[in-house]
Design a protein around this ligand. Structure first.
Ligand SMILES: Cc1cc2nc3c(=O)[nH]c(=O)nc-3n(C[C@H](O)[C@H](O)[C@H](O)COP(=O)(O)OP(=O)(O)OC[C@H]3O[C@@H](n4cnc5c(N)ncnc54)[C@H](O)[C@@H]3O)c2cc1C
Length: 371
């Protein structure tokens, strides 16, 4: 038997591995996780600019539960022959879980290689390194979505910040619910917001905007949104505008293939698809891993049934905002929400070195934070 192969070692990948190991029990099913990195990266921690705090050794999660880690990057998937190419190795599978996550979509503008980001641990380390020892850093943050707001409010602690937004309102994708509190927090922190404008070029010391303005800056941070891994293009079936594969209630793409996390557009409820977030990637991983193993071992499959949607947005020294529902109704703000954000940033760290605890959590579908 070739067993289960999981592509990706983020939230979706590691929890797929653990859920598959839970279903496997004493049987001899092989489970292999393929990811190039030695560490899982807790991307929701990256805006705090302490990159080491976001790294989790995969070995200490996978070894105790008997899952092999192949450190390699998958370049090709042959769904007819049921194999993948990972670096120079050909690996066959009986069931495949695609959990290769997402990457920041970068703009094709002059100087784009000078842009900073907090998409990866390396990106956050580069930004933190540039800011170290810079008193009163001048930052330009491009984009006022979730990531833009979290990094802008963090950078406001270190100097001046100008936030650029193409739309004519701040945080357009978060809707009107939390906007008054967001605007108040940005004003309190002295973040200058420029609406209805875009970045056209970057140079060593500044940002150029579409209206001809040039802003002097030590760092220009791009937060333009995440796109699903390009590996999704190698699978059959439809993809959405973020490049995510459409999956059914059991997170099946097709035949022997399941997908979870930022590569998969699953229904969260009757009216909404999941948002690319660890909040959804974790339970999706658990459901996909369970189903991949259950399908092979003749055990009942489960439907993906996530907790109600919530957000918890860090706003630097202005606190945080906790919202519930798709209208994002504010339930907590200020210091109380900040305390909840800190708790969330703690609990997303997976348990290590403890097979019993890892498998116990793999069997829980709820994230424990809800409305
Ligand atoms: C700055 C920032 C802040 C965020 N804040 C929040 C938040 O507050 N709350 C929240 O819920 N979500 C947040 N998110 C989103 C969240 O981090 C992602 O939705 C989540 O990481 C998705 O998990 P994933 O496992 O699907 O993918 P990822 O975390 O992207 O992991 C993908 C894995 O696949 C591996 N991989 C990729 N390509 C290949 C390949 N070709 N071959 C082998 N392996 C491959 C990668 O190395 C990695 O191990 C934030 C994201 C960022 C960037």
């Amino acid at each position: 038997m070739s067993g289960i192969v999981i592509i990706g070692g983020g939230f979706a990948g590691v929890w797929s591995a653990a859920a598959a190991a839970l279903v496997r029990g004493e049987s001899d099913l092989d489970i292999t996780l393929v990811a190039p990195n030695e560490d899982m990266v807790l991307r929701p921690r990256l805006h705090r600019l302490v990159p080491e705090w976001s790294r989790v050794p995969l070995k200490r999660f996978l070894e105790p539960i008997g899952v092999s880690h192949l450190r390699a990057e998958v370049t090709d998937v042959d769904t007819e022959a049921r194999n993948i190419t990972a670096d120079d190795q050909l690996l066959s599978y009986d069931r495949l879980v695609l959990a290769a996550g997402s990457r920041l979509a970068r703009p094709a503008i002059p100087g784009s290689d000078l842009l900073y980001d907090i998409d990866t641990a390396e990106g956050a380390a580069r930004l933190a390194g540039r800011l170290n020892g810079t008193d009163g850093a001048r930052s330009v943050v491009v984009g006022s979505g979730f990531t833009g707001l979290e990094i802008a409010t963090e950078l406001a602690e270190r100097g001046t910040v100008v936030m650029i937004e193409r739309a004519d309102t701040v945080a357009p994708d978060l809707g009107p619910g939390p906007r008054p509190q967001i605007e108040a927090a940005l004003a309190a922190l002295g973040v200058e917001v420029r609406l209805g404008t875009t970045l056209t070029a970057v140079d060593e010391t500044g940002a150029h905007l579409v209206d001809g303005t040039r802003l002097e800056a030590d760092v220009v941070v791009w937060t333009g949104g995440m796109r699903a891994s390009l590996l999704t293009a190698q699978f059959p079936g439809e993809r959405d505008r973020l490049g995510r594969l459409l999956v059914d209630r059991r997170l099946r793409v097709d035949g022997e293939i399941f997908a979870a996390g930022d590569v998969a557009a699953a229904r969260a409820d009757a009216d909404h698809h999941v948002i690319q977030s660890c909040q959804f990637a974790t339970p999706m991983g658990k459901a996909a891993g369970h189903n991949a193993a259950a399908d092979l071992l003749d055990v009942p499959l489960v439907d993906f049934d996530p907790d109600p949607y919530v957000t918890c947005l860090d706003l630097g020294s202005a606190g945080a905002l906790y919202t519930t529902g798709w209208e994002r109704q504010v339930q907590l703000d200020g210091a109380q929400a900040k305390q909840l954000k800190d708790t969330i940033l703690d609990v997303i760290h997976p348990p290590l070195d403890d097979a019993e605890e890892i498998l116990r959590q793999a069997g829980q579908q709820s994230n424990g934070v809800s409305g």
